[in-house]
Design a protein around this ligand. Structure first.
Ligand SMILES: NC(=O)c1ccc[n+]([C@@H]2O[C@H](COP(=O)([O-])OP(=O)(O)OC[C@H]3O[C@@H](n4cnc5c(N)ncnc54)[C@H](OP(=O)(O)O)[C@@H]3O)[C@@H](O)[C@H]2O)c1
Length: 239
C-alpha cells in the first residue's frame, strides 16, 4: 500500500479531459501510476503525448462512469492488476447553462445529475470499500463554484454540483477516522481549450489554468494534506 504520491496508484475519471489531462500528468510527474477513464482514443493518445517520458505509468480504460456495473468492473480490474488503489479523482462532469428551469428538458436535467452527481456516487461506491480495507486513501471530487453561487439559467447544473458537494461531505462523515480522506474542489471558469473557443473575447489570464488546479488536487491527495478531510475548496484563481 502506498505511503507517498510516488508510490500511489491513482484513478482519474475523465482523466483525458480539459482538467483531467492536467491532473493525470501532475500525478504521473509526481511518480504515481495513473489509470484514466477515457471515451475517445485520440484523447488518450493526446494524454500519452502530454505525459512524455512518464507515459509508461499510464493505463487507459474506456468506461462510462455513470454506469455502476462498468465502474465496479473497472475498479475490480485495477485492484486485481495492481493490488491497491490509493487515489480517486473524479473530473467527469457536464455543463448546461442559459436555460430557464421551466424550459429545461427532463433529459437534460437527468444528464446533469448523471454526469455531475451519479458519477461521483458510482465511483465512490466502488472505490471506498477498497480504501476502507487498506485503511488508507484519498478522494477528490471536482464540483464547481456554481454549487455555492446559483446563477440564472443554471438550475440543473448548480443543483447537481451542490448535491455532489453535499454527498461528498456526508461521505467524509461516513469515513471519519477510517484513514480515507475525501474532499471537493470548486473551480470557477477554467482556462481550457473548450472555454477559449466558447468565450473568445474573455480575458483568459483571469482564469485558473488546469495545471494550477491539478497541483491543488495532488496536494490534497498527499500526506501533506493529512489534516484536510471533508473540505470544499474554492480554486477560483486570483483574477
Ligand atoms: N471547464 C470549466 O470551466 C469548469 C468550471 C467549473 C467546474 N468544472 C468541472 O470540472 C470538471 C472537469 O471539467 P472539464 O472542463 O475538464 O470537462 P471536460 O473537458 O468535458 O472533461 C470531462 C471528461 O470526462 C469525460 N466524460 C464525459 N462523460 C463521461 C462518462 N459518462 N464516463 C466517462 N467519462 C466521461 C469527457 O469525455 P468527452 O470529451 O467524450 O465528453 C471528458 O474527457 C467537471 O466536473 C466540470 O463540471 C469545469
Amino acid at each position: 500500500m502506498a505511503t507517498t504520491i510516488s508510490d500511489s496508484l491513482a484513478l482519474v475519471a475523465g482523466g483525458t479531459g480539459g482538467l483531467g489531462r492536467a491532473v493525470s500528468v501532475a500525478f504521473l510527474q509526481a511518480g504515481a501510476k495513473v489509470c484514466v477513464t477515457y471515451r475517445k482514443q485520440e484523447e488518450l493518445d493526446a494524454l500519452r503525448q502530454a505525459a512524455g517520458a512518464h507515459d509508461s505509468g499510464l493505463e487507459g480504460y474506456p468506461v462510462d462512469v455513470t454506469d455502476e456495473h462498468s465502474v465496479h468492473h473497472l475498479v475490480d480490474t485495477i485492484v486485481e492488476r495492481h493490488g491497491h488503489l490509493d487515489v480517486l479523482v473524479n473530473t467527469v462532469g457536464g455543463y448546461v447553462g442559459g436555460i430557464k428551469l421551466w424550459e429545461l428538458e427532463p433529459k437534460i436535467f437527468d444528464q446533469m445529475l448523471a454526469l455531475n452527481l451519479r458519477s461521483a456516487y458510482a465511483l465512490s461506491r466502488a472505490v471506498v470499500p477498497v480504501m476502507w480495507q487498506q485503511r488508507k486513501g484519498a478522494i477528490v471530487n471536482v464540483a464547481a463554484k456554481a454549487a455555492l453561487q446559483h446563477a440564472a439559467g443554471e438550475a440543473a447544473y448548480a443543483a447537481s454540483k451542490a448535491a455532489a458537494v453535499a454527498m461528498i461531505d456526508s461521505l467524509a462523515a461516513d469515513l471519519a477516522g477510517s484513514g480515507v480522506r475525501v474532499n471537493t474542489v470548486l473551480p470557477s471558469i477554467i482556462d481550457t481549450a473548450a472555454n477559449r473557443t466558447a468565450m473568445p473575447k474573455a480575458d483568459f489570464a483571469k482564469w485558473p489554468r488546469p495545471a494550477d488546479i491539478a497541483r491543488v488536487i495532488v496536494f490534497l491527495c498527499s500526506e501533506d494534506a493529512s489534516v484536510i478531510h471533508g473540505a470544499a475548496i474554492p480554486v477560483y484563481g486570483g483574477g
